[in-house]
Design a protein. Structure first.
Length: 187
């Protein structure tokens, strides 16, 4: 696979299915933000964290490649003439959402109940996690806009919403693991 193709030298890029769009197209912004999120999750994974969190983050990174592929595919190109999804292996299925919910529940078992919002920070690893959460929320906002304009697999929206919840709880768990202080926001 050649890295440089020169086909984007004039500011366009190809989507799955052959269409070319501007590199600042909303679809490109959406899946580019997924790529940015994936990179930050890699940064979290590279920190000194527990094995279960590490493995969970690797799983999520792989799923984010599927999310990117889904977003890179115009909705009308995802469906075959018989109505079946062309990207069957890349669909965001309910089991992926349930996995994130289960991970959230497991982490919450060791954490004190939340009584206030918390300020991001306290430890570098925790801060990386909060940055990833913010990027995930941006990806979600872009995907909502893309859905309103042209339609997307609604599983992607649900997944991104739950992933940002997961990243928030992971930040709290990492605060606990790193013995950092959680600073509450009290207005």
């Amino acid at each position: 696979m050649k890295i440089y193709t020169k086909t984007g030298d004039l500011g366009t890029t190809g989507l799955y299915g052959g269409n070319r769009v501007s590199k600042n197209h909303l679809r490109i912004e959406a899946y580019g933000t997924i790529d940015e999120l994936n990179s930050y999750i890699g940064l979290i994974r590279d920190q000194k964290i527990d094995k279960a969190s590490f493995e969970s983050l690797v799983k999520i990174q792989k799923e984010l490649f599927d999310v990117g592929a889904i977003l890179a595919t115009p909705y009308d190109k995802m469906l075959l003439k018989n109505g079946e999804n062309r990207l069957e292996t890349q669909q965001i299925k309910e089991e992926l959402i349930l996995y994130l919910e289960n991970e959230i529940d497991v982490m919450n078992e060791i954490l004190e109940p939340m009584t206030h919002f918390v300020l991001p920070g306290g430890h570098t690893t925790v801060s990386y996690c909060h940055i990833a959460r913010c990027i995930c929320r941006r990806a979600e906002r872009l995907t909502v806009t893309l859905n309103e304009e042209v339609g997307v697999d609604l599983g992607v929206l649900k997944y991104l919403n739950r992933l940002s919840d997961y990243l928030f709880v992971l930040a709290r768990k990492l605060t606990f693991d790193c013995k950092a202080k959680e600073i509450k926001w009290i207005p």
